[in-house]
Design a protein around this ligand. Structure first.
Ligand code: DQA
Length: 145
């Protein structure tokens, strides 16, 4: 099984941005953590971060026929991007949406997620462990490929 984890806008600022919300570990630590989760669950995959919405769309399009699962934390694009939702619908790959913080306990605008209209599972407020849960979910459900 092959998983693509996509991290969107401002996640490269982890460790610097609002540590009381997002913690003090940096993006490199998150990248390493996700790759370790792949190994533990005996899946292969890639991890990438971009601040550009169109790159997220292109990565999702490129995942067609190349990945069996997608994990996505689109950052603020979660709350605005019909384009990312449409890309996920287009490729129809099992997708888990992850947020480090508990978006439902924050500002009202964070309660709207376009990605949730497609994602089969949404994990919020568990920090890095949310990604571990997402990898395990996809590996357990689709990993026999
Ligand atoms: C986030 C939550 C979003 O509302 C915010 O814009 C982010 C990070 C999270 O991981 O908690 O950039 O996706």
């Amino acid at each position: 099984m092959k998983i693509l984890t996509l991290n969107g806008v401002n996640l490269n600022m982890l460790g610097i941005r609002e540590p009381s919300i997002y913690g003090d570990k940096n993006y490199e630590a998150l990248d390493k953590f996700i790759r370790k989760c792949y190994k533990q669950n005996k899946v292969s995959g890639d991890v990438l971060q971009t601040n550009r919405e169109y790159e997220l769309v292109e990565e999702i399009q490129g995942a067609y026929n190349n990945y069996d699962g997608i994990i996505i934390n689109a950052g603020a694009y979660t709350h605005t991007s019909v384009a990312i939702l449409d890309a996920l619908k287009a490729v129809s790959i099992p997708t888990v949406e992850v947020h480090l913080s508990d978006v439902n306990a924050r500002e009202d605008f964070r309660k709207t997620s376009y990605i949730s209209l497609y994602a089969e599972k949404v994990i919020t407020g568990k920090g890095f462990d949310g990604y571990a849960e997402a990898v395990k979910y996809l590996a357990d459900k689709y990993g026999k490929k």
